[in-house]
Design a protein around this ligand. Structure first.
Ligand code: ZN
Length: 169
């Protein structure tokens, strides 16, 4: 299990480095990230959120069954890049690294992502709706971009005060 870094940890604003090869260590990282994402009930996680500056993401937008069954659309990818996109969609997003913070975002509605899978094979994935939003959110993390960067300094300070207050409890 990995520790999730939270805002304003500086690693979250760094641009992550490409993975040269999907080694055993990278596969292990992908599995640890999936475990962490499930434990925190997120739909996605990027390596910088675990303090690791590599272009690795995991996503699972599959829904849990009422009986508490496992989600099953797990994607574990390295070096994801958007190679085409179209349309526009608005979505209210949150982030495991910015607890309690939500913001409405405009994203591309449909995208095609090229990446390396767990076997190191190049794959192309078509995504729309929530999956498209999740990809764009996680790729933003790899580029050091956070949802909270989009609001004013005043709002950011307000958020930090709020978090400080709640973490004392
Ligand atoms: Zn996030």
């Amino acid at each position: 299990m990995l520790n999730i870094r939270t805002y304003p940890d500086p690693i979250l604003h760094k641009v992550a480095k490409p993975v040269k090869e999907v080694t055993k260590d990278i596969v292990k990282l992908m599995d640890d990230m999936a475990e962490t994402m499930y434990a925190d009930a997120g739909v996605g996680l990027a390596a910088p959120q675990a303090g690791i500056g590599l272009r690795v993401i995991v996503i699972d937008i599959g829904t849990e069954t009422p009986a508490g069954g496992k989600r099953s659309n797990l994607l574990q990818l390295a070096n994801p890049a958007i190679i085409s996109s179209g349309g526009e969609i608005e979505w209210e997003e949150g982030c495991l690294s910015i607890p309690e913070f939500r913001i409405k975002m405009k994203r591309r509605e449909k995208i095609v992502v090229r990446a390396l899978d767990k076997k190191g094979k190049t794959v192309e994935i078509f995504a729309e709706g929530l999956l498209s939003v999740a990809f764009q959110h996680e790729i933003d993390h790899l580029n050091g971009k956070l949802l909270i960067d989009l609001v004013s300094k005043k709002e950011q300070d307000k958020y930090l005060k709020l978090i400080k207050k709640t973490s004392i409890l």
